[in-house]
Write a protein of this length. Structure first.
Length: 178
């Protein structure tokens, strides 16, 4: 494995004149062929599959960003760090609270290398099968599914898309929102 050096540390500036902060490129678009895989597995329309894929991508991104700060604190060893996304599409993981990269010693550079590798590893570990299982668990491939597709009721959680299907079957037609 190649040794990580200070020149390998990527940076991102919040503004044209802002100070560059250490960052990791975490741009991710989801697995190829996910829409076709959703249609094949769930037998839904392509438009429903596209919506389900978007919900699954959003869920994976949320999970990643929830985990990213913990990974930074664990690997970089500082509880005061702030981790956030930056860039036009939010594809840069930026860490605020570290010394200027130019002042890093070999230990700091090594820690950053481990952190960058762990962050990219989290992104690379997202599999099509995991996303399909998440779509199944959240019933996002059903007509009328919503991103947060369950609500709590007195008798336990209820699936919104199933409530909509029952309403359509009872003759109430599609739910219209203003």
């Amino acid at each position: 494995m190649k040794r990580f050096s200070k020149s390998d540390v990527e940076t991102h500036s919040e503004t044209m004149c802002g100070s560059p902060l250490p960052a990791v490129n975490v741009k991710w678009y989801g697995p190829r062929g996910i829409v076709d895989a959703i249609v094949d597995r769930f037998g839904c329309s392509e438009s429903t599959a596209e919506r389900a894929a978007e919900y699954a991508r959003e869920a994976e991104c949320e999970r990643f960003w929830e985990d990213a700060e913990g990974i930074a604190r664990e690997v970089l060893g500082d509880v005061s760090l702030r981790v956030y996304s930056a860039g036009r599409s939010g594809g840069w993981l930026v860490v605020r609270g570290l010394p200027n990269v130019a002042d890093w010693d070999a230990i700091a550079v090594s820690r950053w290398g481990r952190f960058a590798s762990a962050a990219r590893g989290e992104i690379d570990a997202i599999s099509l099968n995991d996303m399909l299982d998440n779509i199944d668990a959240n019933r996002w491939a059903q007509d009328g599914a919503e991103r947060y597709n369950f609500i709590d009721r007195e008798g336990g959680p209820v699936c919104i898309s199933e409530m909509k299907a029952q309403a359509r079957a009872a003759g109430f037609g599609p739910v219209v929102r203003n």
